[in-house]
Design a protein around this ligand. Structure first.
Ligand code: SAH
Ligand code: SF4
Length: 433
């Protein structure tokens, strides 16, 4: 199989171009097509000579994620189910910032990306691990989740622009990119995407949101540099399907590309890696030259409770995990977050809040309390609101910084792995193995 161009760092492309006796500036021309402009086909790279494009196509692929399903409208949390070239399914979730209490809505967008197909860690509450582990994602499959979402939004915006101002003749590069994939239409609200084009990409998706012309923050215009038009994701959380630190090398490569000024240009501090607690990899990450934020999926404050929920705790118990976290904090000087799902009758008692507080204080970690999202086929439930609030209050009394997500995620299967699981089960119901 040919490697994908979006799995390569700038230095690797430079070495390849030098070997082909291509001038060095061609690498930057190529990178501009790949990242700020997010093109999807070789013949869109109009300032590269045709023989070079042919050579690139001969040695490298340029695979785009295929949108299999889209849930949610543009103004709210949107969940993307992607089909990979081997037909495996993965998910990304785009979360707009909560509207400010007063005034304008904030324009920060967070994208949650997957790093593996399935997960081998088998946490008892999680949909991602239910059908086991299939494979690691390639670096470009992680990078493409960001590009494909941004491409889709740019497609919608340029469409709104041409509707509003009727400047069909002044199409920007982005606008004309869109028109190539305009035959695809995906519907919001959990309907299966209806893909009619030869090359289905999210680029041409339409939704009811297209009609909301007031939502155009960056109307596409020919005078603006495209890079400032297309950037959408400013926070990245590696919290989708899979255990990111179990796919360490591909993750680091993808994040290097997404962080680089020539690539995704997302600041390292705006990238949060969530892990179930792989101790050696946390230490290794601490020694990397990046200031990534780290979130630990804790979900239990004693070994007894944590091991019941997360088999990984038997290999790396809390005492080891806390030492690795201390090392990360000391090396990076970065704040840590503890993710803590509240599950009724399992980890939501005040005894757990009491054990959690000293751990959080010792690491100066912020605790994110997340009411459990039901997973079909699992017996766990979320506690009632009073129990959730009591847990939060107990932490706050013990001087721990904590937040409780009072979320509406239920309606779009917001927790990781749920949409994929549902889709795979529906498909198996339709197509017998
Ligand atoms: N493997 C990594 C990252 C992916 S899981 C990790 O475990 O950290 C990321 C997060 O998804 C978990 O911390 C957990 O907070 C959340 N999650 C998984 N299943 C959930 C569910 N059913 N309800 C609420 N959150 C869930
Ligand atoms: Fe894997 Fe994370 Fe789900 Fe555990 S919570 S099964 S580590 S994806």
């Amino acid at each position: 199989m040919k490697p994908d161009l979006r799995s390569l760092r700038r230095e690797e492309l430079q070495a390849q171009f030098a070997q082909w006796n291509e001038p060095a500036y061609r690498v930057d021309q190529l990178l501009r097509w790949l990242y700020p402009l997010r093109v999807t086909a070789w013949d869109q790279m109009t300032n590269l000579p045709k023989p070079l494009r042919a050579r690139l196509a001969e040695h490298y692929s340029l695979h785009c994620l295929e949108l299999a399903r889209l849930q949610g409208a543009e103004a709210s949390t949107q969940k993307f189910l992607w089909r990979l070239s081997d037909h495996a399914l993965i998910e990304s979730v785009l979360i707009p910032a909560n509207p400010a209490l007063y005034g304008e809505a904030s324009d920060r967008n967070t994208l949650c990306v997957s790093t593996q197909v399935g997960c081998a860690y088998g946490c008892k509450f999680c949909a991602s691990g239910l059908d086991g582990y299939q494979r690691n994602l390639e670096p470009y499959e992680i990078v493409e989740q960001v590009l494909a979402v941004e491409r889709g939004r740019a497609g919608q915006r340029s469409e709104v622009r041409s509707q509003r101002s009727e400047v069909g003749s002044q199409r920007s590069e982005v606008g004309s990119q869109r028109s190539e994939v305009g035959s695809q239409r995906s519907e919001v609200g959990g309907q299966r995407a209806e893909v009619r084009g030869q090359k289905p990409e999210v680029g041409g998706q339409r939704s009811e949101a297209v009609d909301q012309a007031s939502d155009i923050r960056h109307p596409v215009s020919d005078v603006r540099p495209p890079s400032s038009v297309l950037r959408l994701v400013d926070n990245l959380v590696i919290m989708g399907m899979g255990e990111p630190l179990a796919n360490y090398d591909h993750l680091l490569k993808a994040l290097t590309i997404l962080n680089a000024p020539w690539g995704g240009a997302i600041g390292a501090r705006k990238i949060t890696i969530s892990t179930s607690g792989l101790v050696p990899q946390i230490r290794r990450l601490a020694d990397e030259p990046f200031q990534f934020s780290l979130a630990i999926s804790l979900h239990g404050a004693t070994d007894e409770v944590r091991s019941r929920l997360m088999p990984v705790n038997r290999k790396y118990p809390l005492s080891d995990l806390v030492l690795a976290c201390e090392y990360y904090r000391a090396t990076k000087g970065r704040l840590l977050t503890f993710e803590y799902i509240l599950i009724a009758g399992v980890n939501d008692g005040l005894d757990q809040a009491k054990a959690l507080a000293p751990l959080a204080r010792r690491l100066n970690a912020k605790v994110n309390l997340i009411p459990y999202n039901r997973v079909e086929g699992l017996r766990w439930e979320r506690p009632d609101n009073a129990t959730q609030e009591a847990f939060l209050a107990a932490l706050e009394r013990q001087e721990v910084k904590a937040t409780l997500r009072r979320e509406k995620g239920h309606d779009i299967d917001a927790a990781c792995g749920q949409l994929r699981l549902k889709t795979e089960r529906e498909l198996t119901a339709i197509i017998p193995p």
